[in-house]
Design a binder for this molecule. Structure first.
Ligand code: HSE
Length: 349
């Protein structure tokens, strides 16, 4: 049976959860999926790096205590990602470092180093996909490897691969969606009477919000996701500056109460639409929706995206848009898709 050797770049919540899944469910995955996974390298800003071609003891890695680094287990307290990515024996690099919305670094370099050295990449990081997606996809093709990124939008809820594979024969005219759980949660709590700051604090406590919630509530997170969906699914060929952005900080409790009395509800909507001349208009903006609108009932941290197609009308996908397990599953779904492409097996996504 095939075993894929993988390297985990970034050992925060998402890659740790992937390691936990491999450690606790490895045998089940092997019999369900027809392949095994072995972690041969881990790098992390805090923990340093460890490269072991014979396979890393995941229980050890997951239980490093206090200020311990991989140095005490034969690795290094330093992180030289370039060297590890180039020289390790991994078939697949799982990139789950933080999203940098400015230039996508260092994740863009991580992905580039991996693809150049003939390793496939799966990532949950929006930066490389939104800002360098076309270039990195082409680099993967040149090197005969895969670049998969389902988790960059709506975590493990299948959206990108589903639309690419299952909308064959349909014309996609555009989409609109709720693509940020934090802002959706905050708007819902404000409708229930909480003030803006208290609602954000709750979202942080529940683990939905980024450490700096401006990325969520000012629409930057949705801007990246809209850019990814527009370029990947509508072949829009647009850049970040082409996606107009407005967040929810301008929506006041009075606006929310007024909408509520009129049978309407505020939502932060990310959308893209193909124009008659073939160009694509994309943006993020708070919108007052009637309660019978398909997106009005999407509550809490749930995400949803409604695709506008020619033959089916609107097709809506709804599910979790964040979370450690949900995002780790996205990486697993990427690896399943790579295996399916290699063997002709049907991917369960
Ligand atoms: N902070 C994001 C959200 C999660 O609230 O949806 C990942 O993009």
């Amino acid at each position: 049976m095939t075993t894929y050797d993988i390297a985990l770049i970034g050992f925060g919540g998402v890659n740790r959860t992937l390691a936990e899944l491999i450690a606790t469910r490895g045998e089940g995955l092997r019999s369900d999926l027809g392949f095994g996974l072995r972690v041969v390298a881990i790098t992390d800003l805090r923990l340093g790096s460890l490269v072991q071609p014979e396979g890393i003891d995941l229980s050890m890695a997951l239980n490093l205590g206090g200020s311990e680094t991989f140095a005490v287990h034969g690795g290094s307290a330093d992180t030289n990602n370039e060297s590890v990515i180039h020289t390790c024996t991994a078939d697949i690099i799982c990139e789950a470092t933080y999203t940098n919305p400015e230039d996508g670094e260092p994740a863009v370099s991580h992905v580039r180093w991996a693809l150049e050295s003939g390793k496939s990449v799966c990532t949950t990081n929006k930066g490389p996909v939104a800002l360098r997606g076309a270039e990195l996809t082409s680099l993967a093709e040149q090197n005969g490897v895969h670049f998969e990124f389902e988790g960059a939008v709506m975590s493990g809820t299948p959206v990108i691969r589903l639309a690419k594979k299952m909308f064959s024969g349909l014309k996609l005219n555009g989409f609109e969606g709720i693509l940020n759980g934090t802002s959706n949660y905050v708007l819902g709590r404000m409708e229930a009477g909480l003030d803006y700051d208290a609602a954000i604090r709750e979202a942080q406590e529940l683990g939905y919000a980024e450490a700096n919630p401006a990325a969520d509530v000012e629409g930057y997170d949705v801007q990246l996701k809209v850019l990814i969906l527009a370029n990947e699914l509508l072949d829009a060929g647009i850049e970040l500056k082409d996606v107009k952005r407005q967040g929810i900080s301008t929506v006041t409790p009075e606006d929310i109460n007024k909408a509520s009395r009129a049978g309407r509800r505020w939502k932060l909507v990310g959308s893209a639409q193909r124009n008659p001349d073939g160009t694509v208009t994309a943006g993020v903006t708070p919108v007052e929706l009637p309660l019978d609108h398909g997106l009005a009932g999407v509550s809490g941290a749930t995400n949803a995206v409604a695709f506008d197609t020619d033959l089916l009308g609107h097709v809506t996908v709804s599910g979790p848009g964040a979370g450690r397990v949900e995002t780790a599953y996205a990486l697993l779904s990427d690896i399943i898709a790579m295996h399916a492409a290699k063997t002709g097996a049907v991917a369960h996504v």
